[in-house]
Ligand binder design. Sequence first.
Ligand code: IMP
Ligand code: MG
Length: 177
Amino acid sequence: MIEQEKIEEILIPENQIKKKVEELGNQISCDYAGKEIFCIGVLRGATIFLADLARYISVPMTMDFMAISSYGISSESSGVVRILKDLDENIENRDVLIVEDIVDTGLTLDYLLRMLQSRKPASLKTCTLLNKVERRKIEVPIDYCGFNIPDRFVVGYGLDFNGLYRNIPYIFVLKTV
Ligand code: IMP
Ligand code: MG
C-alpha cells in the first residue's frame, strides 16, 4: 500500500488501533448512558478516528466539525489558533466531546477548550487517539486517550505530512532522508 522505504517503523498496527477504538467507544457509551453526545471532530486529522469511533458509540450522538489553523511553522504549534470553520450548531447545554487525532504541546486543545467552554456546554470532555506526553507545554485534561506515544513525528490513520498518508490504516514513523 505504501513504499517500504517511507516507513521508519510501524508504531501502532491496524489491529491494535481497531481494538483500542472499540474500547474507547464502549467506555464513552457507558459514561454517557442516558445522554446525547455532541461530538466535535477537529479537521482534518481526526476524521478517520471519529468515523471509526462513532460506530462503537451506542448512545445517541451527533457530529460536527471545526477546522482550525495554528500560526507559525506547520509542524510546531504556537497556541495562537485561527478558526477556519466554526461549528454549524450551538453547543449551549449540550454534552460536548472534542475528538482529536493527537495532543502534542497541548496548545491547540487548550485554546479549543477555553473557546468552547465560553459557549456554556452542559459538559465538555476530550478524547484523543494519540498523546505525546513529553511534548506538553500546557496542562490539558484528557478524558479518553488511545495511546501514549514517544516524541516522534507520526503519520497514518488521519495524521498527515504535507497532506499525505492520512489514508494509511496504521500509524507509523516517517523516514526522514
Ligand atoms: P498541539 O497544539 O501541539 O497539541 O498540536 C496538535 C496538532 O499538531 C495536531 O492536531 C497535529 O495536527 C499536529 N501534530 C503534532 N504531532 C504530530 C505528529 O506526530 N504527526 C502529525 N501531526 C502532528
Ligand atoms: Mg489536528
